[in-house]
Each structure stands twice: as C-alpha cells, then as structure tokens.
Design a binder for this molecule. Structure first.
Ligand code: VG1
Ligand code: CO
Length: 545
C-alpha cells in the first residue's frame, strides 16, 4: 500500500494570525512544515474521513506544489472526495461557495491574500469549515496545539502528480479527485443574487464606462467571465486579468497606495464612471466613482441602506455586523431601519456564527471587506456587483449616491494609518505601555475632545458565548469620536501598527472635507498618546486609507 506514515518534527510557530498561517515561502519549503500544519488540521476535523474536501488557491508561487501535497495527504487520511479548482485556482469567496454548494466538510485555501507573492514573497494556508467560513478560534487553536506535539503525518507516495490543467475526475488511492471549473459555481451564485438584466444594460451601454483592476491576482478569470462575457462590459475594461505567480511583482492590495494606477485614473480627466479592484485571493474590494473614493466603512452602510434594491435581498436584511475598527456608518443605517447591528473583532471568522444563526445578512470590515450571507467570506466581486446593481437601479453616480447617503445619515469621517515594518519588540512595548496608561486617560480633555472610556476590546460571541479578548485598544470620546490601535495579525515582516480614527459629522454643509483635514486634530492626538514618533522614529504612515 503506497501510503506512508512519515515522521515529522513538531513546529511551534504555526499559530494562525487574523486569517490563517502566513509566512515567507521559504518557511513553507522547510521539510514537513506544510505537512505538519495540514495533518494537525485534519486531525481536528474527523468528519473529513469519508467526506469531501475543497482545495484551491490564489495562484501564487508554491500554490501548485502545496496542492499536490495536500491531495496526497487527503488520500492517506481517508478523505473520500477532493474538489480542486482547475490550475489550482479558487478565489477565497469562490472556495466558500463551492464548500457550501457541494456540502463539503471543509477546504484548504492557499493564499497570503494581499501580501506579495513569488519566490521571495509570502505564502499562506487557511482552513475553512463546512459552513464555508474561516475556522473558528477553537479549531485553529486546537490545530496549533497539535502542531507542537504531532510526531507523524500520513501521505500517499509513489503517485504521479494529479493533472490540474483539465477538468476531469481521477482516482488516487481510492479517493476521487475532481478538477472543477473555478468560476462556474461562483458565477451562478452571483446571477442568483443580482439583476443581471439591469447590469447588462448598464455595462453594455456606451454611456457607462468601467475599469476593473484584477492586479494580476485570482479574480481575473472571474471578472472576465462575469463582467465581460455575461454582462457585456468591454474587454478592455478588465485590466491585469492574467493571474501571475508573483502578481507581476506588485502588491495585490486594493487600496489607494497599492492600486495607484486605478486611483490615479479615477481622479484624472479620463476617469470612467466606475472603478474597482480586488486583492490577491479575491475577498477584498475597492470601489471608486469618477473623482470619488468610497471608504469601505461607508460602502457597507450604503449597501445596507440600498439592499432591498438588489434581488437577492429584496425581502430585507436581518441585521448588519462590522468589525470593531470599522466606522459606525453601518450602525446608523441599522438604527434607522430598526435592525440589529453587531460589533465583532477584526477577522472574518467572527461573522460566521452571526450569519449561521440568521442574526445578520451583511457584514463588513474597514479593510476593504464586504459580503453577505451568500458565502461565509468577504467577497470582492460581490461588493462590486452590489454597487453596480445599485447604480443600475438608481441611475445616479457613485458621488451622488454617497452625498445622498451622508445627507440622510450623517457622515462618519474615517481614516486608517498603517505603519508597516516596525520593530516587533518596540511595537509590542508601545501597545503594552499605551494599555497601561488607558485608565488614567478617562475623563481627560484634549482640545475639543473629552475621553469617555478606554479599554482593550473584548468580544463575547452572542451565539456560542466564546470570549475573544485583547482585540484592540479603544479610546472613545464623548462626542462619539474614536481612536483604535491594533497590531496586524497578517504581516510577515516585523510588526504593523494600525491606527484608526473616526469622527461623526451630522451637518451636510460639512460633508465635503478631506478626512485627513477634518480628522487632523484626532490623528495628532492618536500619534501623541502612543508616542509614535519618539518610539518608532516614523513621521508618516506607510499606507493611508
Ligand atoms: C487584515 C485586516 C482585517 C482582515 C485581514 C484578512 O488583518 O485588517 O480586517 O480581516 O487582514 O484579510 P490585520 O490583522 O493585518 O489587521 V485578507 O484579504 O488578507 O484575508
Ligand atoms: Co484577501
């Protein structure tokens, strides 16, 4: 029987971050490293024995090698059927859709999301459970503990690599391997949620121009099939649409810094009516109108306010959830509509229970993540189609829709400043010292702002009661303004400090100001309170959103 139990050395550095395990490619190439992680997860999910496993990734360097290893391990561990995307491709939302549609017991997604790829870049792996969503902390923590003690793993040997280039069904040591079209199930799901007739007339009309930047990442084939083939957008509207192993040397992160070409175009004289981009694994989205950027927190609020215009949500939504650092714009919509709203820690895994329990329909994060209960992941193209569908129905521009939204609900001015590549020890100390001084800040006044409360955010899941503590330092002001500090859990080099600043403005005559200007006093205060300059030597953030 060519199935072997091989000795592995335990690894003690496999605690997943915000969204799975992310490391430099070199770390994953260490013998048994990937295998150790995969076996530890499989051991935590006994349903996989005799069950179905989905596998796919964002096409980055090492994707195909990792997939071949996981397929051979799945066979050796008694998995009955593997569904793997053709050429190893599955966007994160598409993987979630495939898991749900085919009743799989879980799936491995190979991606480091928006982190750069290539031999010198990052690789990553995450496990999604049978609801299609990221594994909850009890599973990832269990697998992490197991990874530190596990002595061996099981793998099928002496097998030729599975051909992933052609749609076909083969057998490997009794396990059925189906190579599936990575786009088909996803495109069908989108058609069931949005008005493709209305979208087709909008996108194929000469009066409407569009630019979608796939950033040489996974969404190229999805965007071509949906926007061009099914909805009639011009071929030239989708750019950088060939997935490349190193994303063309770029940083597939759809924000104003890393999707600069798109941002520049949208603020130029030649700007099309609508611009959008997605990240490495297709779960993030950036939406822009002509000369206008949609802040992701506002995007969630606008979609919530207009949800009943979308066929899949015509009956209304159950509620809205946002991550803690995301602005409160969506809360205001929920309040007006008489719907519940929830505040969760950062990371999509915290939305899973709320969605499964039917407590919310829409979820969003300030980090360009928006989605609904159609999958259990954030979904870049979904958000972009939702916006386009809203434009098609309202027949207004992105800027007009935003202005109208703010006049109805007020504007939550918002910005996030990222300081990347900081020294890890320094950043940890900065956070620890700031946390220590929080209690003494309560009641203090700084200019126009008086601090009402300050804490380290802790979340109790309303469905299963599980507690996730230490999820970010919050300083809440009397007027509803906020400053939030977090250390990133997705970086692979040094530490990244994120500072989030928010202020609410009800007066419509004040809705047209640059957020960096209107938030300047709070930003300066945020930097001072954590002694950013003295400790890090930095004068300016790496990325401003
Ligand atoms: C970041 C974002 C977070 C998001 C996570 C995964 O995490 O802030 O909102 O859920 O990335 O996104 P962190 O810990 O670096 O702040 V993705 O598109 O990289 O899966
Ligand atoms: Co992503």
């Amino acid at each position: 029987m060519p199935i072997e139990t091989r000795l592995t050395i335990p690894f003690s550095d496999q605690r997943p971050g915000t969204s799975g395990l992310r490391k430099r490619v070199d770390a994953f190439k260490v013998p048994n490293y990937l295998e150790n992680f995969v076996q530890s997860v499989i051991d935590m999910v006994p349903e996989l024995q005799g069950g179905t496993l989905v596998i796919g990734g964002d096409g980055r360097y090492y994707n195909l090698e990792a997939i071949q290893t996981i397929i051979r391990m799945a066979a050796a561990n008694g998995v009955a059927r593997v569904l793997v995307g053709q050429d190893g491709i599955l966007s994160t939302p598409a993987a979630s859709a495939v898991i749900r549609k085919h009743g799989a017991q879980g799936g491995f997604i190979l991606s480091a999301s928006h982190n750069p790829g290539g031999p010198e870049g990052d690789f990553g792996i995450k496990f999604n459970i049978s609801n299609g969503g990221p594994a909850p902390e009890r599973l990832t923590e269990g697998a992490f503990e197991r990874s530190k003690v596990i002595q061996s793993y099981r793998i099928a040997t002496e097998t030729a690599p599975v051909d992933l280039n052609t749609l076909c069904e083969t057998s490997l040591e009794g396990m059925c391997v189906q190579v599936i079209d990575p786009v088909a199930d996803y495109a069908e799901l989108m058609e069931s949620l949005f008005d493709f007739e209305a979208l087709r007339s909008l996108l194929s009309s000469p009066g409407f121009t569009l630019r979608y930047d796939a950033m040489h990442a996974v969404t190229g084939p999805y965007a071509r099939e949906i926007l061009v083939n099914r909805l009639g957008a011009a071929e030239s509207a989708v750019v950088n649409s060939i997935p490349l192993q190193d994303f063309g040397g770029g940083h597939p992160d759809p924000n104003l810094t890393y999707a600069k070409d798109l941002a520049d175009l949208m603020f130029s004289d030649a700007a099309p009516d609508f611009g959008a981009a997605s990240d490495g694994d297709g779960d993030r989205n950036m939406v822009l109108g002509r000369h206008c950027f949609v802040n992701p927190s506002d995007s969630l609020a606008v979609i919530a306010a207009n949800a009943t215009l979308l066929p899949g949500y015509a009956a209304g939504i159950a509620g809205v959830a946002r991550s803690m650092p995301t602005s409160g714009a969506a809360d205001r919509v929920a309040e007006k509509l008489g719907l519940p709203s929830y505040e969760t820690p950062t990371g999509w895994k915290f939305f899973g229970n709320l969605l499964d329990a039917g407590k919310v329909t829409l979820c969003g994060e300030e980090s360009f993540g928006t989605s609904s209960n159609h999958v259990r992941e954030k979904d870049g193209l979904w958000a972009i189609l939702a916006w386009l569908n809203i434009l098609a129905v309202r027949k207004e521009s992105v800027a007009e829709i935003l202005a109208d939204h703010w006049s109805l609900y007020g504007r939550n001015y918002y910005t996030r400043h990222d300081y990347e590549g900081l020294d890890g020890v320094m950043a940890g100390q900065l956070m620890a010292d700031l946390e220590t001084k929080l209690p003494a800040l309560i009641g203090q006044r700084f200019g126009a702002y008086r601090i009402e409360s300050a804490d380290n955010f802790s979340y109790t899941d309303p469905v299963d009661g599980s507690i996730s503590s230490r999820q970010g330092l919050r300083i809440l002001f009397e007027d509803g303004s906020r400053i939030v500090y977090r250390l990133s859990g997705t970086g692979t080099v040094g530490a990244t400090l994120r500072i989030y600043v928010e202020r609410y403005e009800a007066d419509p005559s004040q809705h047209d100001i640059d957020p960096q200007v209107t938030l300047a006093e709070l930003i300066a205060l945020a930097n001072n309170l954590c002694e950013l300059h003295q400790r890090s030597g930095r004068d300016a953030p790496t990325v401003v959103t």
